[in-house]
Design a protein around this ligand. Structure first.
Ligand SMILES: Nc1ncnc2c1ncn2[C@@H]1O[C@H](COP(=O)(O)OP(=O)(O)OP(=O)(O)O)[C@@H](O)[C@H]1O
Length: 827
């Protein structure tokens, strides 16, 4: 319960105005019997998280009156109880009601006469009380089932309300544990950290404290360690960490929530215990979340399986490669250079082949030639209409919707996201979710640099051993948002055949952008970097001047006829004077201002949305075929009173796809006039405007700048501080900590297999980490003392955006499940 003053309303539910099927949130109209609030009418709207609510049922709601900005005063319930009928007639009416199929008034009367006013409690406690009443087994079963279901769920929801969970989380928790919910919460609330997306250590610890779990209880220390291990790997994109940061981080987390120091030795003991139980894995001085440890091994083993099983099989006969390729060249009107030819040949000869190259080096051109030649050699038609019953034998996929669409456009063949290909919804909590097995002869994956460890593991598992696989990407681009750097590890291992294309083709005399990108990659600031060219320019200014300069540039571009979709501002961070949050509303005012009183707009805590606004989708939603990073345009606004769902709605057009978002879905979108560079991976724009300033020095890395620059098709406008650009060119992007390369070597060269227990050297590592001088112990007046690692911002700021959006929309409670967001994120 919260600490605010609690009031109550007892009454009958007259109508359920609204209920959300995927949360427990409901809006009810209640006829008041009794209350301690001042209210002049006999009805009131009550909102809150409830289990099954029956119209005409009698309930007591606890909470307080709150004024909703739109709907006015309502009673916001933090908890409730069902006032079961206790009068004889009330009970009879209830038990002979619709939900008790087959129970008539006579039977109900018989029960109430025999068992009295607390008949329901008696039946739930011991169903055999019905036997002497001569009620047949079928009816007895109905009675017991319906009563336990109604009451069981109700008790659990009431319990969850008691712990302060909002409707979305309460629903997720109930869905996961069902009737075990309250037992899990009582026995080990920290279990929720592992099982429920959105519950973090702090939240679980509040519950644990309430139910008296000791400061140094093993489960508490383990909860902190597991959360810290996940945070450390997720934030940095690593697949493992070391004992020392893990121990320090966990100690810090433990101290932050309860302020009582815990002996480092006790926490170190729990690292050992977790490793012993196989909950975390360790090897040498590395400590892995179990799922990532397994995923790296499985990737290596699956690739080995594919390679080995294929070795005996006959690859396509390449006797007449040159002649066959000539036909293809003629048809595609191209002459492949030597390395492109080699790439096509190698892809046809090998089972798994890696192709990398910078922008404009002909990767797509090679894919086209490969597809054509593969079809020619296997006598396959590339006309999709000829495959009515059978699956199309060439599978093309990319990690994002937009990259998949580009593949379709450039090859003329169907391409999908990897998620779609595998039948994943993107909402899977468990990275180990089983997927479909793939069918076909050739699989080509583009934009491989964006594929993370988990997704790649799912992909390779689904590949049958008679399928050839070609992985295409640009190794110098930013790595995936999720953990790992799969593509660069695969290349670095030098186990699988690979070719790098170096010759730049997409270039004419006027274009200097691609050349610039390649220069950036060498780590040299080119002499003409800050000199204006026909297709790019540099405007020097400091962080505080950036918005003004962008204002002028965008206004000018609009006057010149550039459309909203042509102009893309890309920035490294959300916050700061030159950050995305500052720039988006400003550009919105230029590109899509409020024209007059009648212009429709809806307000959110993050600003306003209008028809015509460019918006970014922040999560994967395969159910509506919209993916993380896709940009759409608002084409409709429907007010709640006119909408079927009684919620304000936005209709957004994505390429060839219109989707309606209820207000509760708005956390999935944000304005997209300016987006993060990470979100722009896999997309290209006519004009890219790129502000970089020194304030963002943590983010200024070569691969970030390279990725941003390579998004520009026609014009590139660099804005900001010279030294920020110079830093970005010079700062080699730090490699992520991963061991996929080693696993590949272990499996391919030494025939090793994944060990079941890897706690070998952990004891000494964990003990060594317990060096008291290195452990920050917050003093009483220093609740913010923390290690550098936990306060560092995530390289991928997009997690921040999603979390803030969720908080703003009420989807998540700001106190819980902060994910990668740290306290500083909210400053
Ligand atoms: N051998 C070649 N001869 C002539 N033109 C070529 C050759 N190879 C590629 N090109 C042309 O160069 C341009 C870029 O090629 P392509 O799109 O295949 O590169 P890419 O590596 O896929 O680029 P990006 O990664 O930027 O999409 C295309 O216009 C293509 O027709």
């Amino acid at each position: 319960m919260n600490n605010e003053e609690q009031h109550f309303i007892t009454g009958q539910v007259e109508r359920i105005f609204f209920q959300n099927d995927t949360t427990l949130y409901k809006v009810l109209l209640v006829k008041i019997d009794k209350t301690d609030i001042k209210w002049n009418e006999d009805e009131i709207t009550v909102t809150g998280s409830f289990g099954t609510i029956k119209e005409e049922g009698s309930y007591t709601f606890f909470g307080d009156i709150k004024t909703h900005p739109k709907y006015g005063p309502q009673f916001q319930a933090t908890n409730y109880q069902s006032d079961q009928p206790t009068t004889k007639s009330g009970l009879v009416a209830y038990l002979s009601g619709e939900q008790f199929t087959g129970i008539g008034k006579m039977t109900a009367e018989k029960i109430v006469t025999a068992l009295g006013g607390d008949a329901i409690d008696k039946i739930i406690a011991d169903p055999s009380v019905l036997v002497p009443l001569g009620i047949n087994a079928k009816k007895r079963k109905t009675l017991v089932d319906v009563l336990t279901e109604n009451n069981g769920m109700e008790q659990i929801i009431i319990g969850l309300n008691d712990y302060g969970f909002g409707s979305t989380l309460a629903y997720a928790i109930y869905q996961h544990y069902q009737e075990d919910t309250l037992r899990v919460l009582r026995e080990n609330p920290y279990q929720l950290i592992l099982d429920i997306d959105g519950v973090g250590f702090k939240r679980a610890d509040q519950i644990a404290e309430k139910i008296g779990i000791a400061d140094d209880a093993d489960i508490r220390l383990r909860g902190a360690l597991l959360e810290e291990l996940n945070q450390l790997t997720q934030q940095e994109g690593d697949t493992y960490t070391a004992a020392e940061p893990l121990l320090n981080g966990a100690l810090n987390l433990l101290q932050q929530t309860r302020r009582t120091p815990v002996a480092p030795q006790k926490v170190a003991d729990q690292i050992l215990a977790l490793a012993h139980d196989g909950k975390i894995m360790s090897e040498d001085d590395r400590i892995y979340p179990r799922s990532l440890f397994n995923a790296e091994w499985q990737i290596a083993q699956e690739l080995y399986r594919i390679e080995k099983e294929y070795a005996d099989k006959q690859a396509a006969s390449l006797k007449h490669f040159e002649t066959e390729l000539k036909h293809v060249e003629k048809r595609l009107k191209i002459t492949y250079d030597d390395s492109q030819k080699q790439a096509i040949k190698a892809a046809l000869q090998h089972h798994v082949f890696l192709l990398t190259g910078g922008p404009g080096t002909g990767k797509t051109t090679v894919i086209n030639g490969l597809v054509a030649l593969f079809a020619q050699l296997h006598h396959l038609s590339l006309d999709i209409n000829e495959y009515k019953e059978e699956t199309f034998p060439i599978l093309l996929a990319a990690p994002t919707g937009r990259a998949a669409k580009r593949m379709t456009e450039t090859t003329g063949l169907p391409a999908s996201t990897i998620h779609r290909l595998l039948g994943l919804t993107g909402r899977e909590n468990d990275p180990d979710t089983p997927t479909k097995e793939l069918e076909g002869g050739l699989l080509i994956i583009d934009e491989m640099s964006m594929v993370d460890t988990y997704l790649f593991r799912s992909l390779v598992r689904a590949i049958p051993s008679d399928m050839q696989v070609v992985l295409v990407g640009d190794k110098d681009q930013l790595p995936s948002v999720g953990p790992g750097q799969v593509f660069s590890d695969l290349l670095a291992a030098q186990i699988l055949p690979e070719i790098e294309l170096n010759q730049i083709y997409r270039q004419n005399d006027d274009s200097s952008i691609i050349e610039l990108a390649h220069d950036i990659n060498t780590g040299q600031v080119p002499a003409n970097f800050f000199t204006n060219q026909s297709d790019r320019s540099f405007i020097a200014c400091n962080a505080y001047q950036v918005p003004d300069v962008i204002d002028q540039v965008v206004t000018h571009a609009k006057q010149k006829g550039f459309e909203t979709s042509d102009i893309q501002v890309l920035a490294p961070m959300y916050r700061g004077a030159a950050g995305i949050d500052r720039l988006n509303p400003m550009i919105q005012e230029i590109m899509n201002p409020r024209k007059n009183e009648r212009t429709k707009e809806v307000k959110t805590q993050n600003g306003v949305y209008r028809i015509g606004d460019k918006v970014l989708h922040l999560v994967n939603s395969p159910d509506v075929n919209v993916f993380n990073g896709e940009i759409g345009q608002i084409v409709g606004i429907t007010e709640a009173k006119k909408s079927k769902h009684k919620s304000d709605e936005l209709t957004i057009a994505f390429e060839g796809n219109e989707v309606t978002y209820k207000r509760s879905d708005w956390y999935k979108i944000t304005l997209a006039y300016c987006t993060s560079i990470h979100k722009a991976q896999g997309s290209e724009f006519q004009m890219v405007i790129l502000p970089l300033v020194h304030q963002e020095h943590r983010m200024l890395k070569r691969n970030l700048l390279y990725t941003a620059v390579t998004r520009a098709k026609q014009f590139l406008i660099l804005i900001g501080e010279r030294e920020a650009f110079e830093t970005a060119v010079k700062e080699q992007s730090a490699n992520r900590k991963t061991t996929l390369k080693e696993r590949l070597k272990q499996v391919f060269e030494q025939s090793q297999t994944m060990p079941h227990q890897a706690a070998r050297q952990l004891r000494s590592t964990a003990e060594a980490a317990v060096a008291p001088s290195e452990i920050p112990v917050a003093s009483d007046d220093d609740t913010t003392a923390t290690t550098a690692t936990t306060l560092e911002l995530h390289e991928d700021e997009d997690d921040y955006r999603l979390t803030v959006a969720k908080v703003a929309s009420g989807e998540i409670d700001p106190m819980i499940g902060m994910g990668t967001v740290t306290p500083r994120s909210f400053m």
